[in-house]
Design a protein around this ligand. Structure first.
Ligand code: GDP
Ligand code: MN
Length: 425
């Protein structure tokens, strides 16, 4: 998920004319004081993390004096809030709030339309409003061809009897701009909660912006590391590195995500961490259904599909092997049109880089189930370079099943563990 931090999202809103409070993001106490000297008290100090609900968790604090500001800054900077490390703070001029609203534009998968969601109950989680007082949530589909016009937004808002004429004008204008942000930056969600009315007009007091992962290639100027499926935690270094692989080469895809980056899950469940790479996610599911009950766990998921180049395969293989916790590597391809000889070239080059003393023969258990187009060539390449003479590598061909691959890995691991006196299964 490509989510921006609050201050980054606010900058996007600003480019289309949505007003945001005066302020700046900072990374140190000294920088924070410099900003406060510029904007003057009272200020709001906000932890920049990829989580909502910061207010309740101590991640949003107000300060009228230097003492209060100091206390707030020290309590937040480099602390952990809602499970995330706070490495930057947003310091903003405190708004004098008259009214709070909720406003968002998002993609609605069921109707396949962008929709506006609006509520006069700002500052509360939209899920909570929808559950407790669903009548307070107003939605409108937007026609992607004609976009959103001022008069349509005002008409939509005019259903809400408590809004005054001037509010209709301000909010209608805001919604038009918010939809423009959504379109221009290929967003999946642009949410302002709360959207705040002050004596000077409307301001975005908060911003949550998520970019559509599939559009990242055309949003390169955004401060985002292209990462697949990292969920709502920040991407790891290896995920960021892997994200550049697709960005630099459009041929085929290479998805990589760390499922258990620190091995906590493996430890808790008493599973052996391994590196994993598949061609085709269906085959991976079947394989893992066989493998996990045998006591192993893929601490990463990687799918290299759609006929990637050898260089892509090379890079992703090196990333998988860069996980220090892994005690083995399993590769499984499904039968597809992917040219597995290219895949093999990438894996071989990576293994040679990783194990130069043995000319590519790995020192941890490695099983490759090579099945599909050009599979015989791929297997021949492994033989020709001598890697298959290694003690800890097994290559299975097109006659093998996912169960065979899992069992072959299990057996090889047992031999390896015995030889290396590893305690485990
Ligand atoms: P969240 O809890 O992570 O969604 O963080 P928000 O940025 O939404 O801040 C939490 C709450 O703090 C908001 O709902 C507002 O009620 C309040 N808040 C945020 N900024 C300001 C501000 O500038 N002035 C005032 N008075 N309240 C603010
Ligand atoms: Mn908020």
């Amino acid at each position: 998920m490509a989510r921006l931090l609050e201050y980054q999202g606010k900058q996007l809103l600003k480019t289309l004319g949505i007003r945001i409070p005066d302020g700046q993001a900072v990374g140190s106490i000294q920088e924070a004081y410099d900003v406060i000297n510029d904007i003057h008290f009272p200020v709001v100090i906000k932890a920049q993390i990829l989580r909502g609900g910061r207010g309740k968790a101590g991640g949003v604090k107000f300060a009228k004096t230097k003492k209060e500001a100091n206390r707030a800054i020290v309590s937040m900077i480099n602390a952990e809030i809602l499970g995330q490390k706070v490495s930057s703070l947003l310091i903003e001029k405190k708004l004098e709030i008259k009214k709070e609203y909720y406003c968002a534009v998002t993609s609605e998968p069921s109707s396949r339309y962008p929709i506006i969601i609006f509520s006069t109950r700002g500052g509360i989680n939209i899920e909570d409003i929808a559950r407790d007082t669903p009548d307070d949530v107003y939605t409108k589909k937007i026609d992607i061809y004609s976009g959103l016009q001022d008069f349509e937004a005002r008409w939509f808002l005019s259903k809400i009897k408590t809004l005054s004429g001037p509010e209709l004008v301000l909010l209608g204008d805001l919604q038009v701009k918010l939809y423009q942000v959504y379109r221009k930056f290929d967003c999946r969600l642009v949410e302002i909660n709360p959207l705040v009315l002050t004596s000077e007009g409307l301001f975005a007091a908060d911003a949550r912006v998520e970019i559509d992962d599939d559009a990242l290639y055309r949003q390169r100027e955004l401060p985002l590391d292209s990462v697949d499926e990292a969920g709502d935690r920040p991407p790891t270094k290896l995920e960021i590195a892997a994200g550049t692989i697709d960005r630099d080469d459009h041929r085929g895809t290479a998805h990589y995500v760390q499922l258990d980056p620190f091995g906590y899950y493996c430890k808790e469940m008493n599973l052996i961490p391994i590196g994993f790479n598949c061609v085709g996610t269906g085959a991976s599911l079947i394989t893992l259904d066989e493998l996990v009950p045998l006591g192993f766990y893929p601490i990463n998921f990687a799918d290299t599909s759609g006929n990637p180049t050898a260089s892509k395969q090379y890079r992703i293989t090196k990333i998988i092997f860069s996980q220090p916790l892994i005690k083995g590597f399993l590769f499984v391809s499904c039968i597809s049109n992917q040219q597995l000889d290219n895949t093999a070239r990438g894996v071989i080059k990576a293994l040679r880089d990783l194990y130069p003393e043995t000319d590519g023969k790995p020192n941890i258990p490695v099983v490759l189930a090579i099945r599909g187009a050009w599979d015989l060539d791929a297997i021949r390449l492994f033989k020709d370079c001598g890697i298959t003479e290694g003690k800890w590598i097994r290559i299975l061909g097109r006659e093998s099943t996912e169960q065979d691959a899992a069992l072959a890995f299990y057996e090889l691991y047992q031999q390896w563990a015995k030889k290396n006196e590893v305690i485990g299964i």
